[in-house]
Design a protein around this ligand. Structure first.
Ligand code: FAD
Length: 409
């Protein structure tokens, strides 16, 4: 039987699930996508897509629709919370494209999801299917849904996000942990923030116990994420919770006027817990495998969660396409080898970045500011990465294996 006859079920029609479906189809493998929501819709604000993901989306044929709904940041700027001073600035736009070979975009999450859903085919997503369990049956893995229906498949891809049900089948390792930081998100019309300097830039405002990051999207709005230390406790399971009505305004009350104008320009949204998944030892079990937030949810400080989900999707599709049917163990092992070290490194680096962005004024903040140019340069490894090139077989190893065959002359 040819690999293209594999039956792959994907649980979750978010960024990772839909990208996997498209990448599999590009390689001749069919998939069935299940989504628990009754319709495809994206809550929340925007997402920043870096070159390591935009180059892959372009190869999936999505470059043009993506560029039509995206804004390219002009600069990356770090500012002081109090006087708005530019501490460090780096060109993005064309300079970034030339350096990394693909653009850096700000895009509304709804637009990104639309592009992915339209490319896959909205009608092909089985909405209203809440996966409650998985079980092994003869030669198949059976998906069990809340409404009592079942679906047998050869393989299952768990693209079901941070509170993944598939992860509970794959591993007994613990789920995501609360990082004692939380965030508020908002989308603000540019016209409402005349005080904001360099509104087309990706900017970090750093201050004691908090930071604010924002970038423009293409519909004339600015997306912001305000990250705060605390609260110290968060009830397990909930992603977001209502906050005191003026919580956000109060936390930024003594910040630069542009920051105050930004966070006060729209009604305060819910407070989001910032969670991180401790690195998993195993990403697959039997016929089920994890991708995206289900495998490695991370803090947003490198803006890489969705980008890593896109890398996962393409690498998993390539690994599956390179084995014949029945070879999925080899494909899953290779996928995990290719993805685990990189995603761990980014998880770790995002974790380490948080306190750096929240330093109180004083010697440590001064040292950070003096070193910021070098720090930013160091993160080039995240953006320069080409997940597909890394997937190609390691020719040195193949040559060595060949030379050291017992029968090699
Ligand atoms: P999700 O987007 O969570 O999608 C999972 C899908 O599975 C959902 O549609 C869900 O309904 C469905 N599902 C769940 N359970 C079931 C079930 N049992 N049965 C069927 N379907 C199910 N990343 C970036 O790259 N750049 C950024 O700028 C950025 N900013 C962020 C800001 C914040 C505040 C946060 C919290 C995250 C940010 N991220 C960012 C991270 C990014 O949002 C995630 O990494 C990304 O959405 C993960 O995609 P996913 O498809 O794996 O999971």
């Amino acid at each position: 039987m040819a690999a293209k006859e594999l039956r792959v079920a994907i649980v979750g029609a978010g960024i990772s699930g839909l990208t996997t479906a498209i990448a599999l189809r590009q390689r001749g493998i069919g998939a069935t996508v299940f989504e628990r929501a009754d319709q495809l819709r994206e809550v929340g604000a925007a997402v920043a897509l870096a070159a390591n993901a935009t180059r892959l989306l372009d190869r999936l044929g999505l470059g043009d629709p993506l560029s039509a709904v995206s804004a390219e940041a002009s600069e990356l700027i770090f500012r002081s919370w109090l006087d708005g001073r530019r501490i460090s600035a780096h060109p993005v736009g064309e300079v970034y494209r030339n350096r990394f070979g693909a653009p850096f975009y700000g895009v509304h999450r709804g637009d990104l999801l639309d592009i992915l859903a339209n490319a896959w085919g909205r009608e092909l997503v089985h909405v209203g299917h809440n996966l409650t369990g998985l079980r092994e049956a003869r030669k198949a893995i059976v998906l069990e849904f809340e409404d009592g229906t079942e679906f047998p498949s050869d393989l299952v891809v768990g693209a079901d996000g941070i509170h993944s049900t598939v992860r509970r089948y794959v591993t007994t390792e613990g789920g995501p942990v609360y990082t004692c930081t939380s965030g508020f998100r908002g989308l603000v019309p540019l016209a409402a923030v005349p005080l904001l300097p360099d509104p087309q830039a990706l900017q970090f405002w750093m201050g004691p116990g908090a930071h604010l990051v924002h970038y423009a999207i293409c519909d004339g709005r600015v997306n912001f994420l305000a990250v705060l230390d605390g609260p110290q406790k968060w009830s397990a399971g909930a992603n977001a919770a209502p906050a005191a009505p003026d919580e956000l305004a109060a936390r930024f009350a003594d910040w630069h006027p542009a920051v105050r104008q930004l966070v006060n320009a729209v009604p305060q949204g819910p407070c989001w817990a910032l969670l991180s998944q401790p690195p998993l030892r195993l990403w697959s079990r039997g016929q089920a495998v994890l991708i995206g937030d289900a495998a490695h949810a991370m803090l947003p400080h490198h803006g890489q969660g969705a980008n890593q989900a896109i890398e996962d999707a393409v690498v998993l599709a390539e690994c599956l396409a390179s084995v014949s049917i029945g070879g999925h163990r080899e494909a899953f092992d290779r996928y995990q080898r290719l993805r685990r070290t990189r995603t761990r490194a980014i998880q770790r680096s995002s974790w380490d970045t948080s306190p750096l962005l929240h330093l109180p004024d004083g010697p440590a903040a001064i040292a950070r500011d003096m070193d910021l140019n070098r720090l930013v340069e160091r993160f080039g490894w995240i953006h320069a990465y080409d997940a597909q090139k890394m997937h190609k077989p390691d020719m040195t190893r193949i040559l060595n294996d060949h030379l050291h065959r017992p029968d090699a002359k």
